[in-house]
Ligand binder design. Structure first.
Ligand SMILES: [Zn+2]
Length: 96
């Protein structure tokens, strides 16, 4: 039964996002297995640009939903990254 689920998922990934399950696994591994935005929850949803169809990363349910509500705004992405922890702000200060 596991095999069937896997191939169905693979079909969906290829059909909707033009990526394979391998691509998905590599992408998720690059993010440390976590959501690309909040980096707290494991990523499960493929985030793709509606305009170009290009896949940008793997998000958790909440962040994927949030992006939809905010109509793909990159400002929201930046805000989300900043609110993810003090690390981003500390990094900015160190570069100055
Ligand atoms: Zn998230």
């Amino acid at each position: 039964m596991g095999r069937e689920n896997k191939s169905e998922r693979n079909y969906l990934l290829q059909h909707r996002y033009a990526i394979t399950e391998d691509d998905f696994a590599r992408m998720l591994a690059r993010q440390g297995g976590l959501c690309a935005i909040c980096r707290v929850v494991p990523g499960t949803f493929v985030d793709h640009c509606r305009a170009t169809g290009q896949v940008r990363g793997v998000l958790c349910f909440n962040c994927d939903n949030g992006l939809g509500h905010f109509a793909d705004s990159t400002v929201v992405l930046e805000l989300a990254a900043l609110s993810g922890g003090g690390g981003a702000l500390a990094g900015l200060g160190g570069a100055a």
